[in-house]
Design a protein around this ligand. Structure first.
Ligand SMILES: Nc1ncnc2c1ncn2[C@@H]1O[C@H](COP(=O)(O)OP(=O)(O)OP(=O)(O)O)[C@@H](O)[C@H]1O
Length: 593
């Protein structure tokens, strides 16, 4: 589907609910067009009446009859028509401003809502900067274009249609003469617009990539500084920036050519009309006054004829940016939602166990990552996943709470395939503590009760105590009310980790997925984290991507993954007995990450 079609559908989706405002605007614009289009006929009439008056006045025999009455009357109507035009444009611009503000607001909400429903895959495969660009520059482009171009577009279309009607009403031959240059103009405009469209499309994609790069460089700023890579970072930025500059420039040049071209066409058109009009007058097929009036009226029409096209072409780059913006935002809108079964089952707990049953999985077609994984877990057991990097540990975790769905095989809780549970219910029962803890804007208390905003303060404090972070929190001047947004940087990685453990404890999940942090923390924090983890794991079925030896030793089951397959499974003693890969790693004191 072409970008224009996609954009058309997108705008229709959001604008149709404002049809009343639109209808009123269209009526007002039609009225204003009628005023504008009809006005030249009054101008023509005024010229005719003035000519008649002058003829009578210059002839002594008829001077007594000469009167400016009808001329004045025509002139008043002419002025009123322009006043009507101005008033109706003013009112419709107010209405359209409102439609723009509301509809772009709804677009923003729509995009944000969609983000909440989309599959994790989208976020895994798009840079944060690119996603952000869709919220910022793409939506801004849509807003700017609607704000400035919507009225112009409606006016242009109405004026064009109105003009055609009036021209053909006035004089069919002259109307055809006025339109004679249209095919050439349309072909030229289409060629130039295609070039500009390609450049503007590229510009937006380049901006997305530039934003992605900036975002990455900000996030990795400390690594940059540590490695002294600022100059390289700047070099990379220049390269991305140059691409944006080039595509923006080429877009501006191509869209900039359009307007002068159309102006040239308009001048040519006026010349053609004057030439034919004069020829008609000289041919003597009508009175000099009438012929003169016809030329005046059609010169006016000829100038107006290209006006709508010219105003559209002067807005072209803005309109093209909005079309591209709509295409990019619509791309997000059309992403598949997470699959939530209708009549999904409720999930109360995991009583008889969890089974990963011969699961195969690939992120992208034909590149299988997990090759038939089977793990049987009894309630309350702790499973440690170990294995070299890229062996598929995180992937197993991704499947357990349905960030992704298996290709074949199944995962069951108490014998029921997890795809049959209501997604919300499933996620409520599966808690995740990630390696990189994430805190959100709000107070520490808000962050701990993030998964259950209604939780009372006693539960927040109890969770913090279990996570061994209570003492630290109360040592802060504002305690639990400390604003995280301002103070985020003063928390250490370990403290953030403990807060996120407290958050998980508060939601009391039945299944726990824990990615042990590999970051080096001091021994006291390390002991704190270990104790907090023991607390959160206590009595829960849990999967831990284990990096600490102690965790592994404590595990009920150690699953050793290599290249997406389980090569060994059992507890520490059993695996040592097997004298295989695990035993080798253990004996060589190798780290499990
Ligand atoms: N979103 C994704 N799209 C495509 N391939 C992916 C995606 N995420 C991971 N992979 C690939 O899947 C394989 C397993 O990755 P996974 O993250 O599960 O390994 P891991 O054992 O957790 O590694 P690590 O210990 O380094 O975290 C890797 O080859 C990785 O490149």
């Amino acid at each position: 589907m072409s970008d224009l079609k996609i954009a058309g559908k997108y705008y229709w989706h959001y604008l149709k609910r404002y049809w009343r405002g639109f209808a009123i605007s269209v009526i007002l614009i039609a009225f204003s067009t009628w005023c504008i289009v009809i006005a030249p006929t009054y101008l023509g009439r005024a010229v005719e009446e003035l000519t008649q008056y002058l003829q009578q006045w210059t002839n002594p025999a008829t001077r007594g009859q000469a009167s400016l009455g009808s001329f004045n009357h025509t002139l008043v109507i002419y002025v009123l028509l322009y006043a009507g035009d101005a008033a109706s444009i003013f009112i419709s611009s107010l209405i359209l401003a409102r439609v723009t503000a509301y509809s772009t607001g709804t677009m923003r909400v729509g995009l944000f809502r969609k983000m909440q429903r989309m599959r994790v895959q989208y976020f895994d495969t798009h840079s944060d900067g690119d996603i952000l660009a869709r919220f910022t520059s793409d939506l801004d482009n849509i807003f700017n274009a609607m704000n400035q171009a919507l009225l112009e577009i409606l006016l242009a279309v109405a004026q064009f249609v109105g003009l055609l009607i009036v021209m053909f009403n006035q004089n069919v031959t002259m109307a055809w003469v006025t339109m004679a240059s249209t095919p050439v103009a349309l072909i030229v405009a289409a060629l130039v617009m295609r070039k500009a469209g390609v450049a503007v499309n590229r510009q937006q994609d380049d901006i997305g990539r530039l934003n992605g790069y900036i975002n990455e460089q900000i996030t990795g700023q400390k690594i940059l500084i540590t490695n002294g890579l600022q100059q390289d970072s700047l070099k990379g930025f220049h390269a991305y920036n140059a691409k944006v500059r080039q595509s923006a420039l080429s877009g501006q040049i191509w869209s900039g050519i359009l307007n002068p071209l159309m102006q040239g066409m308009s001048l040519l058109n006026t010349a053609i009309v004057i030439f034919f009009g004069s020829w008609l007058a000289l041919n003597g097929q009508m009175s000099t006054g009438a012929a003169l009036a016809l030329v005046v009226v059609f010169v006016n029409y000829a100038q107006q004829y290209y006006q709508p096209i010219m105003s559209l072409t002067s807005l072209y780059s803005m309109i093209q940016l909005a079309i591209t913006g709509a295409r990019r935002v619509d791309e997000v809108r059309r992403q598949p939602d997470e699959v939530n079964p209708t009549d999904g089952l409720a999930l109360q707990g995991i009583d008889s166990g969890l089974k990963i049953d011969n699961v195969r999985f690939s992120y992208v077609p034909d590149k299988e990552i997990l090759h038939g994984i089977t793990i049987d877990v009894h309630p309350g057991e702790m499973v440690a996943l170990v294995g070299p990097t890229g062996s598929g540990k995180t992937t197993v975790m991704n499947l357990l709470n349905r960030f992704y769905d298996v290709d074949s095989g199944r995962i069951t809780f108490d014998g029921t395939d997890i795809r049959r549970f209501d997604l919300q219910a499933l996620r409520k029962n599966v808690g995740i503590v990630l390696q990189e803890p994430q805190l959100f804007t709000g107070t520490i208390a808000d962050n701990i009760r993030y998964g259950d905003p209604t939780a009372r303060m006693e539960r927040v404090i109890a969770a913090a105590k279990q996570a061994n972070i209570h003492d630290f929190i109360v040592s802060l001047p504002a305690g639990y009310e400390t604003e995280v947004s301002d103070e985020q940087s003063i928390f250490s990685a370990g403290q953030k980790q403990l807060m996120s453990i407290a958050r998980t404890i508060l939601t009391n999940p039945r299944l726990l997925i824990l990615d042990e942090a590999t970051s080096n923390v001091d021994t006291v924090t390390e002991a704190n984290i270990q104790a907090a983890m023991d607390n959160v794991i206590q009595g829960r079925t849990s999967f831990v991507i284990a990096h600490r030896l102690k965790t592994i030793l404590n595990a009920d089951k150690i699953v050793v993954l290599k290249d997406g397959a389980i090569i060994e499974q059992g507890n520490h003693a059993q695996l040592l007995n097997e004298n295989g890969f695990y035993a080798e790693l253990y004996r060589n004191q190798m780290v499990f990450d």
